[in-house]
Design a protein around this ligand. Sequence first.
Ligand code: GLA
Length: 392
Amino acid sequence: MDLRQRILAAFRQRFGVNPEFVARAPGRVNLLGEHVDYNEGFVLPAAIDRVTLVAFQKSRSPLSTLLALDLGEETSFDRQSVHDRQDSNGAVLSFWARYPAGVLWAINAEELDTPGMQAVFASDVPRGAGLSSSASVEMAFGVAWEKLGGWTLAPIHLAKIGLKAEIDYVGLNCGIMDQFASACGVKDRLLFLDCRSLEWQAVCLPKKTVIVIADTSVRRSLKSSTYNERHAACAEAVRILQEYIPGVRSLRDVSPSQFHRYANRLPDIVAKRAQHVVEEIARTRQSIKLLENNDAVQFGQLMNACHSSLRDLYDVSCPELDTMVALARKLPGCYGARLTGAGFGGCTVNLVAGEAADLFARDLAAGYTQETGLKSEIYICHATDGAGVEMD
Ligand code: GLA
């Protein structure tokens, strides 16, 4: 049974009727601009054809009842209990429930209505794989409450609500890239976002290339603490560099040459983290011209440089990701390969010549198993539209 049929069947079983609506929100893959969104840099993600679906309808009370089909768990909460970070029985919200609850909380902070909802949801975005399963849950519930509440927000505004939920409710000091891509995705396009102004444009992949995602099957243990540590190192770099360079608000304001002039004023680890960010922002800026010129070769080299930087300077790779990347680069048709998302496990993203992609996927999977003894999932990924609601 496909995802949609599964949630519809589970909804009927749980609530005794067909749901009125189905919300859909995609995960994302990022091609360039890793760990720069929370430094006001530029990112280049795409929404992918892996999604979270929520079957839902208004409930007759202010209580929302949510069944997480993938986990076989259910929770109920209302506005007040969510404010207290509890379910309706007064128990602490389980980890997964904090995402929809956080979205409800952030919507309420804007004084928008969130009627009680009956919902069943499930996802084929793998969890902990660097493809933004949590943002897809947030944005799916965001558009679901938008529907029931009878208000409308621009998708980028909904992304900001998701970001607020993630930072202030869940506790991850992330940037806006994931929620943005899930909310604003455009079919067959990459999204080039300025994380400072939030201006963005949809851009094409180089002609005759495709995106291939390779899942190492290693699940990251992305503790908020590890991610938040990276965030804190960037903040420290800014604080110190402000003493030397006027007008620096974030690492976005530091050019690579300025950085190298003052790098020795920073503690070693902080300098490595900041160097990655400053150079990665420059790479992403540069990539836009390359895309306009259909220059897959140079673009792929930026992806490769990004991986080395994430591995050596930002320290967020792992042996399996490095193996997957090294194997990919040896295969015909591969322009660039790197880890995607926060790192510490999960997936790589590969830019591959369209005609070579099937063989590439087959040989990469075989090579990876031979080298690591692990299974992988490797597939051509199609960029999709952002979150939305359909009638059942
Ligand atoms: C996670 C965060 C994003 C971004 C990436 C790394 O996916 O949620 O905001 O920082 O890591 O680029």
